[in-house]
Design a protein around this ligand. Structure first.
Ligand code: NAD
Length: 472
């Protein structure tokens, strides 16, 4: 078992100023595989002081001076793909295939996109008698969750560094190991001391101290809507910029005339990937009432392909959920669905056969779900698909837009024009049209309670900039 007692502050690994530890468990075996420090406000003070100390000089570097270490960091992410995948497998329980393709592959794609973007980005423009400068926002607090633990780190830290900001990262309690690996790669890439800092610890202690710290200029948070609200309140009091990537309850709407089989099978892949722990997961499948039973049957058949199992086996398509707490939460939602009248078409709250150890949940399809049920309104964050019938297109739109969230969604129609017309009326930050692929350079973020601000691509870089006008 690895026992770590240090934080990465001011360009070096230093003994933590806190005494406690966080245990990291392998969710497939329930074994403790590592401990990392549960940092304190004193660690946060030291990390913010280091970031503040480095901010002026790093903020005045040229694009080329930032590109050199960022390119080395990107190359290191490419070289360490296997180690990254194995680390995420161990601490998140993510199957090796998905861990390699997405948990390791996506951060590399995002880092590569920022190296390319930065090389051509203009940080000043002429407006009449003014020169408008895009300057770094300053010291960034990055607070991240556990479900895509390296992607969410890279999607904040890399554009922040590219913009000329300095960063203090607080990763999620359950997945600090891949964040520590990232810190090692940043260290080896040769950034000036203090430009990047890592403090592990709990949300209530380290996260809250960081979000409220007077030395922080911008808080970039990904996580639950409940914590996002607290962060926004704290940041508001400090007049800090804030960027929030929060929860979702995304709808996949299959309009009459669409390819139902493909739409439902793609939906199953989308919702069962990563054991349903995806903020953009299409957790609500909306189908016309005339096609309802056909859709439920296809979904139930598709769910059988996601039998949970050992994430280290290349055949496994679905591993456990991250923790016992998360498993109990997901099972509670499945039971609430049943109590409120949903029919279990696949899966259910029982422990999967042959898996007495590990936080495994059956891939579950709930039928006869109505829009007001708890399972149709709240984010479950587990492998649970709710199938909902609609009467006509207006009804489908009302249901699709009828939650507090607006992160993502899908729409399928016989022709693209019909699908796009529907997508334009969805209150959602991204919509996949007829199975369109995720694009790591397209702006990513939520409408309504799913967030404020955008990550990825040019929009993601600009979150970390502020403007100054020089008049001549
Ligand atoms: P969470 O909100 O509990 O925790 C997220 C992070 O915030 C963790 O690092 C945690 O330690 C920290 N935190 C907790 N309490 C805090 C506090 N009071 N002050 C400061 N920081 C605090 O969320 P989670 O359970 O780790 O992640 C799952 C959630 O994240 C889901 O709701 C999911 O939808 C959301 N998510 C959103 C996106 C997106 O881009 N929109 C992406 C992934 C996950």
């Amino acid at each position: 078992m690895q026992q770590h007692a240090d934080q990465y502050i001011g360009g070096a690994w230093r003994p933590t100023l806190g005494g406690g530890v966080l245990e990291v468990r392998n969710p497939a075996t329930e074994a403790v595989i590592a401990t990392v420090p549960a940092g304190t406000a004193a660690d946060v003070d030291a990390a913010v002081a280091a970031a503040r100390g480095a901010a002026r000089a790093w903020g005045l570097t040229t694009r080329e001076e930032r590109l050199a270490p960022l390119t080395r960091l990107r190359d290191a992410l490419a070289e360490r793909q296997q180690q990254i995948a194995e680390t995420v497998l161990a601490e998140l329980g993510c199957p090796i295939g998905f861990a390699t393709a997405v948990q390791a592959g996506l951060p590399l794609a995002v880092a590569s996109s920022y190296v390319e973007l930065l090389a051509g980005y203009e940080f000043q423009e002429k407006v009449g008698n003014s020169t408008v400068l895009s300057e770094p926002a300053g010291v960034v607090a990055a607070i991240t969750p556990w479900n895509y633990p390296l992607h969410q780190v890279v999607a904040k830290v890399v554009p922040a560094l590219a913009a000329g900001c300095t960063v203090v990262l607080k990763p999620a309690e359950d997945t600090p190991l891949v964040a520590r690996l990232f810190a090692e790669l940043v260290d080896a890439a040769g950034f000036p001391a203090g430009v990047f800092n890592l403090v592990t610890g709990t949300g209530v202690e380290v996260g809250a101290a960081l979000a409220g710290h007077p030395g922080v200029d911008l808080v970039s948070f990904t996580g639950s809507t409940a914590v996002g609200r607290l962060i926004a309140e704290t940041a508001g009091r400090g007049i800090k910029k804030v960027s929030l990537e929060l929860g979702g309850k995304s709808a996949n709407v299959v309009l009459p005339g669409a390819d139902l089989g493909r739409a439902v099978n793609v939906n199953a892949a989308n919702v069962f990937a990563n054991s349903g722990q995806t903020c953009t997961a299409w957790t609500r499948l909306l189908v016309h009432q005339d096609q309802y039973e056909e859709a439920v049957a296809i979904a139930a058949k598709a769910a059988a392909k996601y039998a949970p199992g050992d994430p280290a086996s290349p055949e496994t398509r679905m591993g456990p959920v991250v923790s016992a707490k998360q498993r109990d939460r997901v099972l509670g939602y499945i039971r609430s669905g049943i109590e409120q009248g949903a029919r279990v078409a696949a899966g259910g709250p029982e422990t999967p056969e042959g898996l007495p150890t590990g936080y495994f949940v059956r891939p579950t399809v709930l039928a006869d779900v109505t829009p007001e049920m708890t399972v149709a309104q709240e984010e479950i964050f587990g492998p649970v698909l709710s199938v909902i019938a609609y009467r006509d297109e207006e009804h489908a739109l009302e249901i699709a837009n009828g939650t507090e969230y607006g992160l993502a969604g899908g729409v399928w129609a016989a022709d693209e024009e019909t699908a796009v017309a529907f997508a334009r009326r969805m209150d959602s930050g991204q919509v996949h049209v007829n199975g369109g692929q995720f694009n790591p350079q397209a702006p990513f973020g939520g409408y309504k309670s799913s967030g404020i601000g955008r990550e990825l691509g040019r929009h993601g870089l600009e979150e970390f900039l502020q403007t100054k006008s020089l008049q001549f």
